[in-house]
Design a protein around this ligand. Structure first.
Ligand code: IPD
Ligand code: CA
Ligand code: CA
Length: 257
């Protein structure tokens, strides 16, 4: 395994240690854009620790973190969500992760997502397959939407922009099975591992997706926008699936199914 990947994994393990420490010890919580948009002491300290760790090894690289933003541009850019699933973390609901992606000249090269409570490490490097705790993973083979397990998520300002409530209702009205686990990076890795057949969300940010995107692609998943166009980091929409149910899922979301 090369140094970039093993350092990304080491940074994720460092983050997990901080998550578990604060779960044990307790932590302070503040709000960001509204009463349900939380940030904890653990989010800030985890991001600072990952940044120190990676930039001490790669001082020329750029770093984009959810909590601290980005200071400079560079060909290599780490994109980090220190805790994906902060609301779950704040309540002790055991479904949250650290997500680390590395972009090289605008293209995602590797990704690492570590589920802190299950100690499940998802990772992938472009062209080298996707792995969960060292074992290769693949998207599922479910070929009909009706037997699929789906998931979605909602932004903190969901009442300002109700778009996904409409999509969600269309999917539910068809009697489909859909979950809202609360950590997009893990939801996406679950599609890669075949635990979910499909996932969609509106308004995710680059740090929610960067760690999982290479994992998805290397696991054979299909990742698009709402019209089936290839997904690009920062797009407003993401739809990820095993590929087989993709068109049916898009049609249902758009009320055509
Ligand atoms: C959130 C989670 C959630 C998704 C939200 C994200 P955060 O990230 O991924 O599942 O529905 O859109 O903002 O705030 O926990 O890092
Ligand atoms: Ca996030
Ligand atoms: Ca976060």
């Amino acid at each position: 395994m090369d140094a970039l990947l093993s350092d990304a994994i080491a940074a994720a393990r460092l983050a997990r240690g901080i998550h578990l420490y604060f779960q044990e010890k307790g932590f302070s919580t503040d709000t960001k854009t509204g009463p349900t948009d939380l940030v904890t002491q653990a989010d800030r300290e985890t991001e600072a620790a990952i940044k120190d760790f990676l930039l001490s090894r790669y001082p020329d690289h750029a770093f984009l973190g959810e909590e601290g933003g980005q200071e400079k541009e560079a060909g290599y850019r780490w994109i980090v969500d220190p805790i994906d699933g902060t609301v779950n973390f704040a309540h002790g609901f055991p479904f949250y992760a650290v997500s680390i992606g590395l972009e090289v000249n605008g293209e995602l090269e590797l990704g690492v997502v570590l589920d802190s409570t299950r100690d499940e490490l998802f990772w992938a490097r472009r062209g080298q397959g996707a792995y969960l705790n060292g074992r290769p993973i693949h998207a599922s083979e479910t070929d009909r939407l009706i037997g699929s397990l789906l998931a979605t998520g909602f932004p903190y300002d969901v009442n300002k922009d109700r778009e996904n409530l409409i999509y969600f209702e269309r999917v539910l009205e068809k009697g489909l099975t859909v979950r809202r686990p609360g950590a997009a990076a893990l939801d996406l890795c679950y599609v890669a591992a075949g635990r979910l057949d499909g996932f969609w969300e509106v308004k995710l940010k680059p740090w929610d997706v960067a760690g999982a995107l290479v994992v998805l692609r290397e696991a054979g998943a299909r990742v698009t926008g709402m019209q089936g166009e290839p997904y690009e980091l920062g797009s407003r929409y993401i739809v990820a699936s095993n590929g087989l149910i993709h068109d049916e899922l898009l049609a249902t979301i758009h009320g055509r199914g």
